[in-house]
Design a protein around this ligand. Structure first.
Ligand SMILES: Nc1ncnc2c1ncn2[C@@H]1O[C@H](COP(=O)(O)OP(=O)(O)O)[C@@H](O)[C@H]1O
Ligand SMILES: [Mg+2]
Length: 252
């Protein structure tokens, strides 16, 4: 049994079957990649895992509990955090202020937003945020305005903000999309470090094969809403089904 069990999940948008019959098992403490061409249903699947969409059929269990019908906040409280395709940080706040938000929320047990001046007085929140910035290798950037950072650093901050919630499962939707190669490699190194050092399961949706093969222990190939093949990276490389899935796709 995996920590995340997706069984027979289907989702339609009007006449379009975005997800057919998706079955997926993500083992605890592994990095599992879900790959597939544009429009394969990857983001739809992810949205079903985090409460943004409710599938028409099937079940999604996290650690033996159903996530279906729960709000994104409840799912977050269950131990699932998600990194979006576009970094979700507060551009007008400093790096440190951004990091304090999830630290405060975690201790408080809710996402009650308070004035930053108030939270600044909360010693444990400050200490935790500082420790997270050290972990993320960003301590020297604590006073920087978040909007002025590179794309890679924004992503690093955002991943750190997710980790501050102490998730057991981290979900990432194309975390390196639109990044320069150097930023992509930084993100790969960060995710490697996280999966090596932490008791965490990572499920990553990814288009970039360099990222996939650098990180994943297990890969599911999705095409037209249906998993074509699931295997380890060695067997996925050059697999005819993978070529078939990407055939006819225009270069992104
Ligand atoms: N909210 C929506 N309404 C209608 N169609 C959607 C919606 N979201 C996604 N789709 C369609 O579902 C299919 C799968 O989309 P998506 O999950 O975003 O694919 P991927 O992330 O693999 O590129 C696509 O054909 C897309 O146009
Ligand atoms: Mg997508």
């Amino acid at each position: 049994m995996g920590i995340l069990e997706v069984k027979d999940v289907g989702k339609r948008f009007g006449g379009l079957q975005a997800l057919g019959d998706v079955n997926l098992s993500v083992k605890e403490n592994t990095v599992h990649a879900i790959i597939g061409p544009n429009g394969a249903g990857k983001s739809t699947l992810l949205n079903c895992l985090v409460g943004k969409l409710i599938p028409d059929t099937g079940s999604v269990m996290f650690d033996g509990q159903s996530v279906l019908g729960r709000s994104p906040h409840e799912i977050n409280q269950m131990g699932i955090s998600r990194v979006f395709q576009t970094p979700e940080i507060f551009g007008d706040l400093s790096v440190m202020e951004n990091m304090m938000i999830p630290c405060f929320a975690k201790r408080d047990g809710s996402f009650r937003m308070r004035a930053i001046e108030n939270t600044m007085r909360e010693k444990d929140v400050v200490e935790k945020a500082e420790a997270m910035l050290v972990d993320m290798n960003m301590a020297d950037k604590r006073h920087m305005n978040a909007a002025s950072m590179s794309r890679g650093d924004k992503r690093r901050l955002e991943i750190g903000m997710c980790l501050a919630q102490e998730p057991r499962l981290l979900l990432l939707d194309e975390p390196t999309a639109g990044m320069a190669r150097a930023d992509t490699n930084n993100t790969i190194d960060l995710l490697k470090q996280i999966s090596d050092e932490r008791d965490i399961t990572i499920a990553i949706i990814e288009h970039d094969m360099h990222v996939v093969f650098s990180l994943a222990q297990r890969i599911t190939v999705l095409a037209q809403g249906t998993p074509l093949v699931e295997d380890n990276p060695e067997n996925i490389k050059g697999h005819p089904k993978v070529r078939e899935a990407y055939l006819g796709e225009t270069a992104a």
